[in-house]
Design a protein around this ligand. Structure first.
Ligand code: ADP
Ligand code: MG
Length: 695
């Protein structure tokens, strides 16, 4: 990318965005598109044809030769199938063609994407349909059209369809509440999301020597290096030139794709970094985060680096998460989670806050399940990420307000007794920029909630679908009740007080990393689902299925299918890790340590022949031999247990957690001890100090 290109010109240069549409479409077509986006109307085929033609011309001018429907199947990564624009016109010639029909709908073969059984009874074909609310863009010579992906019978097979449904639903219910407060202007409320993305960068050459990194994205072996993150010198530390060059190209590529990459810095662990964009609507944020994860990997490759998005690439140093900053904003530019300056604004804020508190309390198990997968199990509750228990951090000021409402006691800051909702003004609640409580899974940070349990590799779609839908449900309940009220102020006050009182157990302002919190949480009756195997069954708990079905986000078949996909994925990931481990033990570690022990014995022999002490050789050879036996036994057991995995998916999940993971840690323990006593030249792959401190 040229360094002379100015940022405003670079930004969005590869995006067929609103401004480009305005320039290149007839005003009728532009208006039809705009109406489609703001009011959810459908596009007629002649408008679609005109948009397709304009898109193609623009893309071809930018050097694109292909187009693809870009979608987000249940694999959690994006999928694309490229078709070229070429169309023969006779005489061995071609023209570049792209029709409205091709823009609006595609028919990829769905049979190779996880469907959780939704596809089995129908045909293999899947359908993709243009999402006109997300801009098309050019990536590596292809015009990418963001689409939804569904089955022949209309079941959602992707992560975008239910997200869009949940955004519509929370908007509908939030607007009902706003009307009660006299807001007649707002037409739409948008779920807004800013995802902070953590990642590791390591040297590509070292990476290529580790089968575990290549196959599973994390190290399955590795003794603790002499130095980890103890010195705390990496966090926000000066960025090294090679990393800086990477970050520069990453930013430029993201900017050209219209991604609002804003913040970059080093993270806690060596080789760990973060990228945060400026927030946008949840759908765009999700598309952009998927795109960002892809670009991060590709740019790394160009710099001789590998970007690891796994939640726990290295044992013993911090893993990577994703902070999902979430709020609701109106189309008139107001943030509904921003405490206001008038009594009425504050009453409205407190009602939205109450809905959120009630929602998180009632759906804590489901929220937990949306961040449950094999990789994230290594972080949650491990003193580097929030515990597996959901709770909400409000901070002292807001908590003071909530407590005074619950208890009807003196409300200090305002110097008043009995805070009257809708009558009194709240004390000013400062925006929390200092990240005071990093240990909370769900922290209020002044005008948004920061959901911190997400893993770095996951799509942010699932957690945001859950936040939007639980919020829609609570707002619906409130609206149903308050719309019938004859004394709005009194009923509002009573409702807010009742909700805070009944759901205060979910509010926790202390240290989430403290063991005593887990004891306390249990007393409060909060869920502590410590592993994916415990959390995923909550996906299909009756109340959760009802929530999503009642709001039209998932059908019962769709939610069951999703649970099945997640459950299967867990056992599959662990099986791949186990098989990789067996492979590395048999092909790399055992031959290496055997050679080393033999060499030690030979040296001991020749030394004793000369009457020279061979204590080091003898003692080490014995230790190596003992650990080699232990490793061999552990490997045999692991292999046998993997082969004996139950066929039933739910049983396989529990078995993978209870049996296979335990086998894997036994094998790892023996291998890691061997690593510490084996001479460097014998050890078959790069060790932690190489991997973590090489760039
Ligand atoms: P930190 O969490 O490190 O204090 P910031 O306050 O800068 O960081 O916010 C982190 C992320 O939250 C950014 O992506 C930012 O754009 C996003 N964000 C800020 N305000 C909102 C909001 N109202 N809704 C959703 N996300 C927001
Ligand atoms: Mg943050």
């Amino acid at each position: 990318m040229s360094t002379t290109l100015k940022l405003p010109e670079l930004f969005g240069s590869m995006v067929f965005n609103e401004e480009t549409m305005k320039e290149r479409l007839s005003s009728a077509s532009y208006k039809a598109w705009k109406k489609c986006v703001t009011e959810g109307t459908s596009l007629d085929i002649s408008t679609a044809n005109e948009i397709a033609e304009a898109m193609k011309q623009w893309a071809v001018e930018k050097g694109a030769t292909h187009y693809t429907h870009w979608f987000q199947p249940m694999t959690g990564v994006t999928a694309e199938k490229h078709d070229s624009f070429i169309s023969p016109v006779g005489g061995g010639k071609i023209i570049m063609e792209f029709s409205g029909k091709e823009l609006v709908r595609g028919e990829p073969d769905a049979s190779s994407f996880p469907s959780g059984g939704l596809r089995a009874t129908f045909e293999a074909r899947g359908y993709t349909a243009w999402d006109p609310t997300s801009f098309a863009f050019i990536k590596e010579g292809s015009l990418c059209i963001p689409t939804i992906f569904c089955s022949y019978s209309g079941h959602a097979l992707d992560k975008k369809t239910p997200l869009l449904r949940s955004m519509d639903e929370v908007s509908r219910q939030a607007v009902r509440i706003l009307r009660l407060f006299g807001d007649t202007e707002t037409k739409r409320v948008t779920a807004q999301v800013g995802p902070e993305q953590e990642y590791f960068l390591i040297d590509k050459e070292l990476y290529s020597k580790r089968e575990d990194l290549r196959m599973t994205g994390r190290t399955l072996f590795g003794a603790k290096p002499p130095r980890g993150q103890e010195l705390e010198d990496h966090y926000f530390g000066a960025i090294k030139p090679r990393i800086a060059a990477y970050m520069k190209e990453l930013d430029e590529t993201l900017w050209s794709l219209g991604v609002l990459s804003k913040t970059k810095h080093n993270e806690v662990a060596p080789s760990q970094h973060e990228m945060a964009p400026i927030f946008s609507d949840a759908n765009t944020a999700c598309d952009h985060n998927q795109l960002a994860m892809e670009v991060m990997k590709k740019v790394a490759d160009k710099h001789g680096l590998v970007c690891l998005l796994h939640e726990k690439p290295f044992a013993g140093v911090n893993g990577s998460g994703k902070h999902d900053n979430w709020s609701l904003g109106t189309d008139t530019g107001k943030n509904l989670f921003k405490p206001g300056s008038t009594p009425s604004q504050n009453a409205q804020f407190l009602l939205f806050l109450a809905a959120f508190v009630k929602g998180v309390d009632e759906y804590q198990d489901f929220l937990r399940a949306t961040v449950a997968f094999a990789g994230n199990d290594h972080r949650l509750g491990a003193q580097e990420a929030p515990p597996a228990v959901l709770s909400i951090f409000l901070g002292n000021d807001l908590n003071g307000v909530v407590q005074s409402i619950i208890q009807g006691t003196e409300f200090k800051e305002a110097g008043k007794r009995n805070l009257q909702i809708g009558v009194d003004v709240l004390p000013s609640i400062p925006q929390d920029n200092t990240d005071r409580n990093r240990t909370s899974p769900m922290a209020f940070t002044g005008n948004k909630f920061e959901f911190r349990m997400l893993g770095s590799s996951q799509s942010i779609s699932g957690p945001n679908i859950a936040l939007n839908t639980m919020m829609a449900e609570e707002l619906k309940q409130f609206a149903d009740q308050l719309e019938k009220s004859s004394d709005f102020q009194a009923d509002l006050h009573a409702l807010i007080k009742q909700v805070f009182t009944e759901h205060q157990r979910i509010i926790f302002n202390g240290n989430g990393y403290d063991d005593s919190w887990i004891v306390e949480a249990k007393k409060r009756g909060l869920c502590n689902l410590t592993s994916t195997a415990d959390a995923l069954p909550m996906y299909t708990a009756k109340k959760n299925v009802e929530l999503f079905v009642n709001h039209g986000i998932y059908t019962e078949e769709e939610i069951n299918a999703r649970a099945e996909i997640h459950i299967e994925n867990y056992s599959t990931v662990i099986a791949i890790e186990a098989n990789t481990m067996v492979d590395m033990i048999r092909h790399d570690i055992l031959p290496a340590v055997s050679a080393y022990a033999t060499d030690l014995c030979e040296r001991a022999d020749s030394k004793s022949a000369l009457g020279v002490s061979s204590k080091y050789e003898t003692v080490t050879a014995k230790s190596v031999a003992e650990l080699t036996d232990a490793l061999l036994d552990a490997c045999d057991k692991l292999e046998a247990d993997v082969a004996a995995k139950p066929a039933d998916a739910k049983e396989a999940m529990a078995y993978s957690h209870d049996v296979i993971l335990a086998d894997m840690s036994a094998a790892r323990a023996a291998a890691d001890k061997l690593e510490t006593i084996t001479a460097k030249e014998y050890w078959p792959f790069p060790v932690y100090s190489d991997l973590l401190f090489s760039v």
